[in-house]
Design a protein around this ligand. Structure first.
Ligand code: 7PM
Length: 281
């Protein structure tokens, strides 16, 4: 395992007494369809949401301007920048690193110039121009597996062996990125729960995410918060998935996952705190 994860201005220890599980809080900066207060009001809402997450113990804030929802329409670069950049400027000195959830090289480059510390790219930097957009910085990078694309991925997910194939994809991606001159310490890996996976695939990946992390020697990020796998297991609607989501995050932590990406920071931080006090690692 790497000894630290480099995340722009921040560096997280991955071993020794200072090592801790990192909670990444999801901050959506999509316009609020219930308010007509325009851009300023949605920026204010995003900032107070971020302040709450910080009070709740968040370690990284993941800012997303575009929904990766299956079948969702994609935004123009200009519109995505218009949503993301004001939040980066407003939060850049909030004390925790800012991650940007984007697939667009222009959004990566502009966000980093504005003060972001990490790029979370569900396309694993495969978009032409993505690599050069992040190369000149020290930002953290999340490399996620996805089968097909957000429009088609849930139509017919198929693997001979999901754990093997996802691990191989991540291994190849890491190798390509390091060969292109990206420092290993900047990388974390993500099996991409729900991105071209059935419930069975997701559960197999969750069961083996500790093994994946050990095999690749890089911190693993697990994002299952409120996803349909939680709905499939509990029968609950998306706004009733807190308990299921906390349990999923804890299952990943029990496997050894380094980062969990969640909507509900306070509940997740508490669960991890109690879990670790018991010493049940
Ligand atoms: C609708 C469906 C809206 C799904 C949003 C989503 C991940 C991510 C997302 C993940 C990493 C969500 C997803 N999921 N980035 N971005 N890992 N690294 O539930 O699992 O947040 S978007």
């Amino acid at each position: 395992m790497q000894s630290f994860f480099q995340c722009g201005r921040y560096r997280f220890k991955l071993d020794g007494p200072e090592a801790k599980v990192l909670v990444m809080g999801i901050l959506n900066v999509t316009p609020d369809s219930f308010s007509d207060g325009g851009q300023y009001q949605s920026l204010e809402a995003a900032v107070s949401r971020a302040e709450q997450m910080i009070a709740d113990g968040v370690d990284i804030i993941d800012i997303g301007g575009e929904s990766s929802r299956p079948g969702a329409e994609s935004l123009t670069v200009q519109e995505e920048l218009r949503r993301v950049l004001p939040a980066v400027f407003a939060l850049r000195d909030c004390g925790v690193p800012l991650s940007i959830d984007t697939v667009k090289p222009e959004v990566m480059y502009e966000s980093l110039a504005a003060g972001a510390d990490m790029i979370n790219d569900i396309h694993a930097l495969r978009t032409p121009g993505a690599l050069s957009a992040v190369k000149g910085s020290d930002c953290g990078l999340c490399i996620m597996h996805m089968q097909n694309n957000p429009q088609t991925m849930q139509q017919r997910p198929q693997y001979d062996d999901a754990v093997q194939e996802v691990t191989q994809f991540l291994r190849d991606s890491v190798e390509q990125l390091t060969a292109a001159g990206i420092a290993r310490a900047r990388l974390c890996i993500d099996p991409g729960f729900g991105f071209g996976k059935t419930l069975e695939h997701n559960l197999a990946l969750l069961r083996h995410c500790g093994q994946m992390q050990r095999e690749l020697g890089l911190p693993l990020l697990a994002g299952m918060s409120r996803k349909s796998m939680i709905g499939q297991l509990t029968g609950k609607a998306v706004d009733q998935r807190l308990g299921g989501s906390v349990a999923a995050a804890l299952a990943a932590v029990a496997q050894g996952a380094t980062i969990v990406r969640v909507h509900d920071v306070a509940a997740t931080v508490d669960a991890i705190t109690v879990w670790q006090a018991v010493g049940a690692m």
